[in-house]
Design a protein around this ligand. Structure first.
Ligand SMILES: O=c1[nH]c(=O)n([C@H]2C[C@H](O)[C@@H](COP(=O)(O)O)O2)cc1CO
Length: 196
């Protein structure tokens, strides 16, 4: 074999290696990109009552291992049922809260509907009844977003027929669960998402 032919073979092998490396990097970047940029909208009661806020926090922490939670504030213990910091907390906390004035309410509504549109999946804790959460879920059904509603039968409450009755077993799912099952229920949901 002439040295020119050998040189040609070596450079085409090098080209192929470079190409393979590029493709691998591209695939890796894409999978990381998909994971990091998944946008999750979490719904939980605010003005409907804050009894379950510690559970919201646990859910949001788990959700953050799957992507960006657009509504992290819903799980903040510094946000009261009035949507602002408790008076006793105002002196010490830096959280400015959600402004409950009429202009503030319009801002919250428009921002949240916009976040709902942007989101890839919606997870809602629906045990504590909340008009806002019910409204968000109604909008979400229209937007055809993949949605998981979590309800705790141990609360002795009966979930609204307008939520349970919307379960289609695929896109909009209502899941009964217990507090100690948060991790496994979310793992099940996100693993199934990966397969679709
Ligand atoms: O201050 C707020 N910020 C906010 O993001 N929300 C959204 C997110 C929650 O999933 C839902 C709670 O509704 P409600 O406050 O009616 O319980 O509405 C609601 C409020 C107050 O109504």
């Amino acid at each position: 074999m002439t040295s020119a032919v050998k040189r040609g073979a070596t450079s085409s092998t090098r080209d192929r290696d470079t190409q393979t490396a590029r493709e691998e990097t591209h695939l890796w970047t894409r999978s990381v990109h998909v994971h990091v940029t998944m946008k999750i909208y979490f719904c939980g009661s605010i003005r409907g009552g804050r009894d379950d806020v510690m559970l919201y926090r646990k859910i949001v922490e788990k959700l953050q291992s799957y992507g960006t939670v657009l509504t992290e504030h819903v799980s903040s213990t510094e946000l009261s049922h009035r949507g602002v910091c408790d008076v006793t907390e105002l002196m010490s906390c830096h959280w400015s809260g959600e402004d409950a004035s009429a202009a503030g309410d319009r801002f919250i509504h428009d921002r949240d509907v916009n976040w709902l549109r942007q989101s890839d999946v919606v997870v809602a804790e629906v045990t504590q009844p909340s008009l806002g959460v019910g409204y968000e879920l109604g909008r979400v059904v229209d937007m055809k977003k993949k949605t998981l509603c979590l309800f705790r039968p141990s609360s002795a409450r009966v979930l609204s027929a307008m939520i349970r009755g919307a379960d289609d077993g695929e896109r909009f799912v209502v899941r009964d669960y217990g507090e100690d099952e948060v991790d496994e229920v979310l793992e099940e949901f996100f693993n199934a998402l990966k397969r679709t």
